[in-house]
Design a protein around this ligand. Structure first.
Ligand SMILES: [Zn+2]
Ligand SMILES: [Zn+2]
Length: 149
């Protein structure tokens, strides 16, 4: 079913939903002085000064943030969160605790994102998990060698 929406510039305009973006670009009542376009969705128009209240309800914003979270930057973001939530390293124990180990976890960024909520409160890749990963790698490599022989 075709869905009509109301033009934010003039409520007498009732473009079809899928044409709204097109209509907004050409709308004779287009008003860039008093209105702003949502940075997350070009069909979201709100009055200047209502940015915050729009963002609270903007579903595109949530979509975008979820995508960003899953697609790439998750490890960076997690590290940022970790950096903020972790106590500063104790200078006395500098040589005992290798904080470098917790930096830049280059493997399994996907898994990372999935466990994000847990990992926020725990160091990424606990020793047991690193052992398991190393073991899997060993098994995988020896499998490759066997096939080659
Ligand atoms: Zn219009
Ligand atoms: Zn929006």
């Amino acid at each position: 079913m075709d869905q009509y929406v109301t033009c934010p510039y003039n409520s007498n305009h009732r473009p079809l939903k899928f044409r709204l973006q097109c209509h907004l670009a050409k709308c004779p009542d287009r008003d860039e002085i008093n209105f702003e376009t949502c940075p997350f969705n070009a069909t979201h128009i709100y009055r200047k000064g209502q940015k915050e209240s729009h963002f609270e309800n903007c579903e595109s914003r949530g979509d975008l943030e979820r995508n960003v979270y899953q697609v790439g930057n998750s490890s960076t973001r997690n590290n940022e969160v970790l950096a903020r939530s972790m106590p500063p390293p104790r200078i006395n124990n500098e040589n005992e605790e290798s904080w470098d180990d917790y930096d830049a976890p280059t493997y399994h960024p996907q898994q990372y994102a999935m466990n994000a909520n847990v990992l926020r409160n725990a160091p990424p890749a606990p020793p047991a998990e690193r052992r398991r990963f190393a073991e899997n790698e060993r098994r995988r490599l020896s499998g490759i060698q066997r096939r080659q022989n």
